[in-house]
Ligand binder design. Sequence first.
Ligand code: 1GP
Length: 248
Amino acid sequence: MKVYNQLLAIKEKKGAGYLVLIDPDKQDVDHAIRLAQTCEAAGVDALLVGGSLLLANVFDETVKGIKKNCSLPVIIFPGSTKQISRHADAILFLSLISGRNPESLIGGQVVAAPIIKSIQLEPISTGYMFIESGTVTSALFMSDTRPIPREKPDIAAAHALAAQYIGMQCVYLEGGSGAKYSVPDDVVGAVASYVDLPIICGGGIRTPDEAREKVLSGASFIVTGTIIERDSNPALIKAFADAIHVKE
Ligand code: 1GP
């Protein structure tokens, strides 16, 4: 089954899915593998692998190591066209629709698409949207774009509807890794009530309660990175999974 369909099945069964982001720059390969195994045992549904930069240059090795030692789906969450690996199961094929930078709207995609086809990686077409989060995060800085103001849910909803009409498979409401504030619940709610696409929401989510609020507001998938990097305690990961799986 395609990874996208697996994700939809998880949402259907559990109410929402929990995705943990592993940034290859934030730990060595062995630690990334151990973290992936802890995530699997604690009820995480899939792993995202990616980062804004590639300082350590161990992207492919990290994806390969995780795939070999963990059975969760591994989805690339690319910070650039350099982050493509044949060892992954799928890639979020991002277009940064909240910005007006042609490179991140279509330029990088044209470079990446033939590579993705040649290695038969499943692309998941994703309308990627930065929501202002009290911080200039690395991803926002690198994109050279402005985020959608956090008090303008209508603007976020209009962007998401455009993604749906263009034919994208999901939207990602992004506060940015390490954001001061997560995406506001009313922004999630406005998008969820306006479009039919699954909503991935991440950036600055630090507690299971906060994650659950996003799901109750309409998010289909919650992403955490920083909090689990800081504290990869299995009990905390399980608490996130339990809070997000609202149907279980
Ligand atoms: C970033 O949404 C992810 O793309 C995760 O953010 O590191 O703040 O959890 P955090």
